[in-house]
Write a protein that binds this ligand. Structure first.
Ligand code: GLN
Length: 252
């Protein structure tokens, strides 16, 4: 099984390292044609505007949208979540292209600027039920987005209390994992069929349960088993074994 990791910018190396720990090959994806050799895809955190510009430059959007439509598992973390959302608020002037597919509205930089980044214990009943381990997960939020609205097919996997000074409209999570009535919560992890999205960065923690959970999604949706070329063949395909990207990891 080969998992593609969009490697334009951001924390793709960290995702690949976790996959390696789980015995799975992570393949850096930088060109549209490389997507046909992977069964699933992780879109990492980073800076979504920059990532979108690079994706545009490499003509990746049509192939990414097609990948999502084919029902292959795709996981967006942080900026990757913004990529997958059907609608994003708080974008830079002129907006940015989105891959879309995930029926939700995401608010960029919801929790504030870089210095307001934080870590928090999140209640993750679905993850614990499927993967075992504690009922909580340490979420690393780096200038993180939050999901403020979801469609009926979206399963909420984790939410987080909204800071008291935060003005949130209808947006506050309803149908979320915690107390429903009167709760001031935004959604920070969701699943919709083949799509998984987290506002935080599981690749920066030692707890690899989100990665395991994602790897199993391929089997559940009937995808992820179709590749008939070997890892070696795949690596030898031109462009796949690109030299290590020397861009610094930049989590804005
Ligand atoms: N704030 C970033 C953006 O809007 C996302 C931050 C992250 O991925 N850690 O793209």
């Amino acid at each position: 099984m080969a998992v593609g990791v969009l490697a334009l910018q951001g924390s793709f190396n960290e995702h690949i390292a976790v996959l390696r720990r789980l015995g799975v090959k992570g393949v850096e994806i930088r060109k549209p044609e490389q997507l046909q050799y992977v069964d699933s895809l992780i879109i990492p955190g980073g800076e979504s505007t920059t990532m979108a510009k690079l994706a545009e430059l490499h003509n990746l959007f049509p192939a990414l949208r097609e990948f999502v439509k084919m029902g292959k598992p795709v996981w967006g973390t942080c900026a990757g979540l913004i990529f997958l959302a059907n609608k994003a608020l708080g974008q830079k002037t002129g907006g940015q292209d989105l891959v879309g597919g995930l029926d939700c509205t995401v608010h960029r930089n919801f929790f504030g600027s870089q210095i307001q980044s934080f870590e928090a214990e999140l209640l993750v009943p679905e993850l614990a039920a499927k993967e075992g381990g504690p009922e909580t997960f340490r979420g690393v939020f780096i200038r993180a987005p939050a999901i403020i609205d979801v469609g009926p097919d979206v399963q909420v996997l984790a939410d987080y209390p909204v800071p008291s000074d935060k003005v949130v409209n209808s947006a506050v999570a309803s149908g979320s994992v915690g107390e429903k009535s009167g709760s001031n919560k935004v959604i920070v992890a969701v699943r919709q069929g083949n799509l998984l999205a987290t506002a935080f960065h599981p690749e920066l923690t030692a707890d690899s349960r989100w990665h395991s959970y994602f790897l199993k999604m391929g089997n559940e949706t009937g995808e992820g088993t179709s590749s008939c070329i070997s890892i070696r063949e795949m690596e030898d395909l031109r462009g796949i074994r690109a030299p290590k990207n020397d861009l610094p990891i930049f989590l804005s």
